[in-house]
Design a protein around this ligand. Structure first.
Ligand code: DX5
Ligand code: ZN
Length: 217
C-alpha cells in the first residue's frame, strides 16, 4: 500500500484556513491531520470544536484528529460530531486505554493510540490488536517545526515486528519532524502514514512537498 500523507494544519496560517484547506483538497494528500492541544497534557493550546467544525465544512478528505488532551473520553462523541473520522488518544493520557479505544470505535471512528518519544513500543502488546492506528511521536508533542528524534527509527522497526507477531492490522503513523530527507527511510522502516506540518506549510510549493512525501523515491 502506498504511504498516506497527512498535512498538519497546525502549521497553516489560521487567518487563511480556507486557503490551506483548499490546498490540501487539491493536493495528493490523503488526510487532514488535526492537532488538538489542551495546555495540560502538552504545554500548548491549539484549537477546539469551532475550528474543527469550520474544517469539517470545507475538507473533502478524512479528518485525522490527534488529541493531546487529558481525559479524552469526555469528548469522543463531540469530536465525531465535529467531523473526526480517525481519533487518536495518547497512551500517557489514558488510564483505561482499552475502554477508550472501544468507545471511539463504538462511536464509528477509527481508533488510534499515540506514544510519546519516551514510551516503549512493548507497552502496546496488550492493545495492538484493538487499535487501527499507532501514532509514533517523533518529537515531544506540543509544537510544530521541531527536530526529528532519530531513535524513532528503532521504535518503528520494533512496532512493525509487534504488529506482524500479533497479526494486528494497525497502521503506523509518524508525527513530528518528518521532512524530505527522512520520509523514504521512514517508509522503508515500516511507516504507513506520514504527518507533516512544517515541511508542507513552509515550503514555497506545498503541493509539490506533499507530492514528494507521497513518493520520495
Ligand atoms: C506536534 C503535533 C504534530 C505537528 C507536526 O505535537 O502532533 O502533528 O503539527 O509538525 P511538524 O511536521 O512541523 O513537526
Ligand atoms: Zn499530531
Amino acid at each position: 500500500m502506498p504511504v498516506l500523507v497527512a498535512p498538519s494544519i497546525l502549521s497553516a496560517d489560521f487567518s487563511h484556513l480556507k486557503a490551506a484547506t483548499d490546498m490540501i483538497n487539491e493536493s495528493e494528500a490523503d488526510w487532514f491531520h488535526v492537532d488538538v492541544m489542551d495546555g495540560v497534557f502538552v504545554p500548548n493550546i491549539s484549537f477546539g470544536f469551532p475550528v474543527m467544525k469550520s474544517l469539517q465544512k470545507h475538507a473533502k478528505k478524512i479528518l485525522d484528529v490527534h488529541l493531546m488532551i487529558v481525559e479524552p473520553d469526555r469528548y469522543i462523541e463531540s469530536f465525531h460530531k465535529s467531523g473526526a473520522a480517525n481519533l487518536t488518544v495518547h497512551y500517557e493520557a489514558c488510564t483505561h486505554l482499552h475502554r477508550t479505544i472501544h468507545a471511539i470505535k463504538h462511536e464509528g471512528m477509527k481508533a488510534g493510540v499515540a506514544i510519546n518519544p519516551h514510551t516503549s513500543v512493548s507497552l502496546l502488546e496488550n492493545i495492538i490488536c484493538d487499535v487501527d492506528i499507532v501514532l509514533v511521536m517523533s518529537v515531544n508533542p506540543g509544537f510544530g517545526g521541531q527536530k526529528f528524534i532519530q531513535h524513532t527509527f528503532d521504535k518503528v522497526l520494533r512496532l512493525k515486528q509487534l504488529i506482524i507477531d500479533s497479526s494486528s492490522k494497525a497502521k503506523i503513523e509518524i508525527d513530528g519532524g518528518v521532512d524530505l530527507d527522512n520520509a523514504l527511510p521512514l517508509i522503508r522502516a515500516g511507516a504507513d502514514i506520514l504527518v507533516a506540518g512544517n515541511t508542507v506549510f513552509s515550503s514555497p510549493n506545498p503541493k509539490e512537498a506533499i507530492k514528494f512525501l507521497k513518493d520520495p523515491l
